[in-house]
Design a protein around this ligand. Sequence first.
Ligand code: UDP
Length: 382
Amino acid sequence: MICPRRFLFVSTPVGPLGSGGGGGVELNLVNLARSLLERRAEVCVLAPEGSHSADLPEGVIETVTGLPPPYAQSQRRDQPVCLSTPSLVANLWQRAAQLQDQFELIVNWSYDWLSFYLTDFFRTPVVHIVSMGSLSDAVDLALEHIAYRYPGRLAVHSRAQAQTFAFARAQMAAGRDPFVYLPCGVDLSRYDFVPEGNGALCWVGRIAPEKGLEDCAALAEKTGRPVLLLGHLQDPAYWQQIQKRYPRAQLDYRGFLPTSQMQQLLGQCSALIMTPKWVEAFGLVAVEALACGVPVITYRRGGPAEIVSDGETGWVVEPDDVAALARAVERLDSLDRSRCRHQVEQHYSLPAMTERFLAWSEQIVRNPIPAAREGGDRQWYY
Ligand code: UDP
């Protein structure tokens, strides 16, 4: 295999690496960069000012200034494309354009219209790791264009995420899948296996409406079990509402912690509860919990339902059904925590993710301007 050796990563502009604002993208990006560096590849990460990671050698992250765009998940679908000025997304890509000839592949981790649109204008191939499901008409159109013009350049994390894109469903119905699938992996040496839970539940994620923390609060009231709550406080008003609405829920919020501390607390718990209100693209925290031996109880909505093996490494229940969550909590004792760890070892390790990524990038570099699919050579108007 002739693998590319020089990678330029363009991070998400929604928050500096290390802040938690970028969600699972932060850990994924850093993990993959570290893993590639260990394989003697060259990696440069362009990321927002303030980005830091103890896991990457000095000089790997180059920071770029500018204002972040609004969160895609808080915008209407038909919202016009909107850039703050000075624009961080534009500045990231301007720097990428300056550096492009030093690299064989540019990897975009952002979910911004501009990042997708600019694919046409780079000499070095740009691939995209799409981290969320369909949220914006403008982004969907840009992705559809890439799917036609540059087959193989779009990666997603789960089948459920892929299905949220109407253009992808149409292509799949015609027998073509426009996506490469890149499930995430974690470094198992960083997660301690804990053979027994302490009875408490855990909820991990950005505190924002699409994550559905209110259902976990309702579950806490219903079951009387304490819930350890970890994650970036993205929407303080939403968090206050939940505390007011569920005064009897024992929610022990510890803030956003580094992975080492997070996994230590998470590993003690009897289950991770995932209650997404959107189609979760992957749900990296599910894999992190399983790595510690913690079973996952999740709604059948998005990536977590593909990760959890129902009745073996957790329970998958119907979306928005708090009573079903409560019943699943009662059945936790029938699950074997070592199976949880084993599932991650088998399917979601960092080496497995790195291999998948390298196989993908090798294909792109071998064939940087693929034959466009039917309609790919047509003039494309946005
Ligand atoms: N996380 C963390 N410390 C915390 C809570 C969460 O590092 O205290 C990280 C977690 O490891 C995961 C990310 O936050 O990488 C959440 O990612 P996920 O894919 O679950 O959801 P997203 O925020 O991307 O929608």
